[in-house]
Ligand binder design. Structure first.
Ligand code: ZN
Length: 330
């Protein structure tokens, strides 16, 4: 025989459910996405191998990137070209029919070092590529739902090949992948609202400054996001990464150059100084500064989410980035 539950039970149950819903709603508001560190580490481990063009490591990583992008819901394409040797840019697009695109890029090839075969190029392409995939993985629920079929903005991820010169003696034959991308307009250049190039991430003591006046507001947003996440207790204990400083005369040559040359607004996420381990076998997993890597992941993911979510109409990056400022709608 069923016994009647006391009124107190129902009151406590309703109270419990209400508190749970409140906490869940607060959590969702303050944590619109989840950083899957296990995914990031697994991805990074897969990428960190010698991967200069023509090697088994290079084709392994290329196929891995294509597969991951596909799993994450991107329309993928391999853009092959010959420039003395064969290269392949890996491209993933979401909302291919959109009028404008946010493009984020890195390079996946590693340099051939005269010292040997154990160079895994961790900060130099490895962490940046893992950051891009990690961002797409963290935002997957948003990208596959609210973001899907947006007519105003699409997302393009590009993993450039041929960034490093294959000629040990001649450093000038570099940035082949990005040059090819803009030469043949893999994506129409006038549809790229801003091209972000990420490189040399994960060394200790690195700080980031702005390199271009017309995208200064984007840099400032990165700095603000870092502060917001830190205040909310969502960053690892680490020095301040993004500084609201204008360092317009000391940019490092990188994959954003060919976009810049074609007047596409660019944002260059690169530390102020080269990592001490650059182009040595010490640029490996062991020497990565983990709090920097974790915080860069959190800041960059939030930045992309923020940009896409607030985007309503095309933004033109004028001298003062006035339109981006007006993007900061409530
Ligand atoms: Zn390099």
């Amino acid at each position: 025989m069923a016994t009647k539950l006391p009124t107190k039970f129902w009151i406590y149950l309703i109270l419990g459910i209400s508190v749970f819903l409140l906490i869940r709603s607060y959590w969702r508001h303050t944590h619109p996405f989840y950083q899957d560190e296990a995914y990031f580490k697994k991805t990074l481990n897969t990428l960190l191998r010698p991967r200069s063009p023509g090697t088994p490591g290079h084709s392994y990583v290329r196929e891995f990137l294509l597969l991951e992008l596909k799993h994450l819901g991107f329309v993928t394409s391999r853009r092959e070209f010959i420039d003395t040797i064969a290269y392949t840019n890996v491209v993933g697009v979401m909302n291919a029919e959109a009028k404008r695109f946010l493009l984020a890029s890195c390079h996946y090839d590693s340099k051939v070092l005269p010292t040997g075969d154990n160079y895994v190029s961790a900060t130099d392409g490895g962490v940046p590529c893992a950051m891009l995939l990690n961002m797409a993985k963290s935002l997957e629920p948003y990208l596959r739902n609210d973001f899907l079929d947006r007519p105003d903005i699409g997302l393009v991820l590009v993993f450039f090949d041929g960034h490093e010169s294959m000629d040990i003696e001649d450093e000038t034959n570099s940035l082949n992948g990005s040059r090819r991308f803009t030469d043949v307009e893999t994506i129409p250049l006038n549809s790229i609202e801003v091209a972000i190039a990420i490189n040399l991430i994960g060394a200790p003591d690195a700080i980031y400054m702005a390199h271009y006046e017309n995208t200064y507001k984007l840099h400032e947003r990165l700095a603000d996001i870092e502060e917001e996440l830190r205040s909310a207790g969502q960053l690892s204990k680490c020095h301040k990464l993004f500084h609201k400083l204008k360092d317009y005369n000391a940019d490092i040559e990188d994959d954003h150059y060919s976009f810049f040359a074609e007047s596409v607004p660019v944002l260059h996420l690169i530390p102020h100084t080269f990592p001490a381990v650059s182009h040595t076998e010490k640029d490996n997993l062991k020497n990565l500064h983990w709090p920097t890597v974790q915080n860069m992941n959190a800041i960059f993911t939030t930045f992309v989410y923020d940009y896409l979510k607030k985007h309503v109409h095309p933004i033109s990056f004028g001298e003062e980035s006035a339109e981006y400022e007006s993007l900061q709608i409530p």
